[in-house]
Design a protein around this ligand. Structure first.
Ligand SMILES: CCCCCCCCCCCCCCCC(=O)SCCNC(=O)CCNC(=O)[C@H](O)C(C)(C)COP(=O)(O)OP(=O)(O)OC[C@H]1O[C@@H](n2cnc3c(N)ncnc32)[C@H](O)[C@@H]1OP(=O)(O)O
Length: 206
């Protein structure tokens, strides 16, 4: 189940990614859907058919890696099914990770499915991005481990439908501890900032 390798072809990865894209669009559309009962009933029937088609192929083994420490190119593929950043998980918004010098960057726009305060991104979604982005940024030390704490300062509301730039960088690495800092910018303005502690030996020893 928690495989670190996969023999999936590029074609297989592409069709799986496309499936997540369709599901993601359906989730977003469902939030603002205002259709007659008859139309929704028809949609429900078609979705039930899709579930039936998928069911025989649902196994306890993922097609892709749960965790791919040797990923090259797309940094999101370190955890392809991440609930926050996985391009193969429809729950994750299409955030794009990239390394820029000593910072890991996450660029994303959130839609209605991620709304907390009116027209703003839910604070728990923001926390999720920091947790994932900072964990991956910490891996640049060559180590990894679970989050011991994640502190977030919400300085200003984070708007929906606007380009967000999350940044994360290693602040301190000592023994079994990695402290990572982060911030999120909207049009150059910092709207949130964060700090997280990751414990390395804990993951390796337990
Ligand atoms: C098959 C493939 C597998 C590979 C797999 C890799 C997968 C890579 C994917 C990445 C995925 C990312 C995803 C996002 C990252 C999550 O979301 S992780 C999920 C959220 N976090 C958790 O569930 C962690 C739950 N907590 C725990 O397990 C434990 O409390 C911890 C954090 C591991 C620490 O426990 P511990 O090992 O017993 O360590 P402990 O001795 O208590 O503390 C060690 C040191 O840290 C300090 N410390 C501990 N907690 C704190 C704290 N809250 N504040 C300050 N200091 C603290 C201690 O004081 C101690 O300091 P020293 O005495 O050494 O100076």
């Amino acid at each position: 189940m928690h495989n670190t390798n996969s023999d999936a072809s590029d074609e297989h990865r592409q069709v799986l990614k496309k499936l997540s894209g369709h599901l993601r669009n359906i989730i977003e559309q469902s939030i603002v859907l205002n259709a007659p009962d008859k139309v929704i009933t028809d949609i429900n029937k078609q979705l039930a058919t899709i579930e039936t088609i998928m069911q025989p192929y649902v196994t306890d083994k993922r097609a892709l890696e749960y965790y791919n420490p040797n990923v090259r190119g797309d940094l999101n593929d370190i955890q392809p099914y991440s609930a926050v950043s996985g391009h193969y998980n429809a729950l994750a918004a299409p955030i794009k990770f990239e390394q820029q010098q000593d910072k890991l960057i996450g660029r994303v726009k959130y839609g209605r499915a991620y709304e907390g305060p009116p027209n703003c991104v839910h604070g728990a979604i923001i926390a999720g991005v920091y947790d994932q982005l900072m964990a991956i940024a910490g891996m640049a030390t060559g180590k990894a481990g679970p989050t011991a704490y994640l502190n977030i300062d919400y300085h200003k509301p984070t708007p929906l439908f606007e380009a967000l730039e999350f940044q994360a960088w290693i602040s301190l690495e000592r023994d079994n501890k990695i402290i990572v800092k982060g911030q999120c910018l909207v049009q150059g303005e910092v709207v949130t900032s964060s700090e997280a502690l990751f414990i390395v030996k804990a993951l390796l020893n337990k």
